[in-house]
Design a protein around this ligand. Structure first.
Ligand SMILES: Cc1cc2nc3c(=O)[nH]c(=O)nc-3n(C[C@H](O)[C@H](O)[C@H](O)COP(=O)(O)O)c2cc1C
Length: 385
């Protein structure tokens, strides 16, 4: 545990006070209302939706309308938007605010996946600083009193860093906080996040909180990030996969308490079961759909616990809650927390790749006139991963 001064226990994002300086990272296919509710049951923080495509939202596609749902227990309704075209992003923000569907809106400038960067979106976008500024300004204006934040990466690659200029532009545009995933797009999820970039951004941004993101696997990591970078809060993604209780550890750590959840196998199984139940609600009672969704979480929940290969495989093919219960009942719930084997990295890793970008994207930081005309067509039409 860090011995230096802890940050103030809370975090202010514009008018919003978050009890703990902890944000659940938006994760497509993961941070739906079911998972956010589960995480909230363990700790305090800001729990952000998975990314919603502005175009799809404006078109009110059924999938987008489902993904922006919040449960009544989610008192801070946080939605992440993705977009490349300023009018569409502004329209999406206007819709969310006019219909009172969000208390906080985050803008995604960090996605490195090819289908996004190939269209100039996500982590590719801040390279065109004027376009970035216009999107953020339009979103802030359309949001009125609802705080708008940005989440970004360091840049496209080591030779095309964007985070400091983009951070200053976002601050100037009136955002309420700036989160940095301290990797470039070309690094994807490989290697280790460069926390020194978070420290540099914190030194650069004076008026709004800077949130650090990347490779927080435990509450101790979160305190260390704050200690090493001076950031005002942390954003936690993969570290909480299969471990929603991490939010309890984080809240305790930021209160200065050294409490760490060490669940027995029975407690893990109960959390897994609860997650599945919440997914059934999220899918409007469609149990087979919820069961298909929970399968990807099996390896994360049971990492390090003595669960045989056959049971794991059956859990990862489960088709009903009854079948899940039958399988879980075969486990020895009294098995103690296995320690380190249950901790550490999980989720996406992979190796560096050259990001897919629109033609001649890196030649200039100004937006090509021809591309500007095509921006509307560059919007994605699907929300989620
Ligand atoms: C499965 C998955 C889905 C993700 N989806 C999104 C997303 O929709 N929006 C976004 O801004 N970042 C997304 N990310 C990136 C995370 O928010 C986060 O920045 C990244 O995982 C680094 O943090 P971590 O080391 O704590 O995982 C995703 C990451 C993962 C692993």
């Amino acid at each position: 545990m860090s011995t230096t001064t802890l940050p103030s226990p809370g975090l202010s994002i514009g008018p919003i006070d978050v009890a703990s300086p902890v944000v659940l990272a938006p994760m497509a296919g993961i941070t739906n209302t079911a998972y956010r509710r589960l995480c909230r049951e363990y700790g305090a923080g800001l729990y952000v939706s998975e990314m919603i495509t502005s175009r799809a939202l404006v078109e009110r596609t059924p999938e987008s309308m489902r993904l922006i749902q919040h449960h009544e227990s989610e008192t801070l309704r946080s939605i992440q938007l993705y977009g490349v075209e300023p009018n569409t992003v502004a329209e999406a923000v206007t819709m969310l605010v006019a219909e009172d569907r969000a208390d906080h809106i985050d803008l995604n400038f960090g996605c490195p996946v090819a289908k996004v960067t190939r269209r100039g979106g996500g982590a590719a976008l801040p390279w065109k600083l004027g376009l970035f500024r216009e999107i953020v300004e339009r979103a802030v204006r359309a949001a009125g009193d609802v705080p708008v934040t940005v989440k970004m990466r360091k840049g496209i690659d080591a030779d095309h860093l964007t985070y400091l200029e983009a951070g200053r532009a976002a601050e100037g545009a009136g955002v309420a906080s700036i989160a940095l995933h301290a990797r470039t797009a070309s690094e994807f999820y490989s290697g280790t996040a460069d926390w020194s970039a978070i420290a540099t951004l914190k030194e650069t941004i004076g008026s709004v909180p800077v949130l650090g993101n990347g490779d927080i696997w435990s509450a101790a990591d979160a305190l260390r990030m704050v200690d090493e970078t001076g950031c005002d809060g942390v954003v936690v993604g993969r570290g909480c996969l299969g471990r929603p209780w991490l939010f309890g550890d984080l809240a305790a750590a930021f209160r200065g308490e050294d409490a760490k959840a060490e669940p027995t196998l029975g407690e893990v199984a109960a959390a897994f079961r609860r997650h599945a139940e919440l997914l059934v609600e999220f899918y409007d009672g469609d149990e087979p759909h919820a069961c298909r969704d929970i399968r990807k979480h099996v390896a994360w929940y049971f990492k390090g616990y003595p669960v045989g290969g056959e049971t794991r495989a059956s859990l990862a093919a489960v088709e009903s809650l009854q079948q899940m219960d039958d399988l879980l009942s075969t486990l020895d719930g009294s098995q103690e927390y296995p320690g380190e084997a249950a901790e550490g990295p999980r989720g996406r890793a992979g190796s560096p790749k050259r990001p897919s970008l629109p033609d001649r994207w890196l030649e200039s930081r100004e937006l090509d006139v021809a591309f500007k005309a095509e921006l509307a067509a560059a919007e994605l039409h699907h929300s989620g991963g």
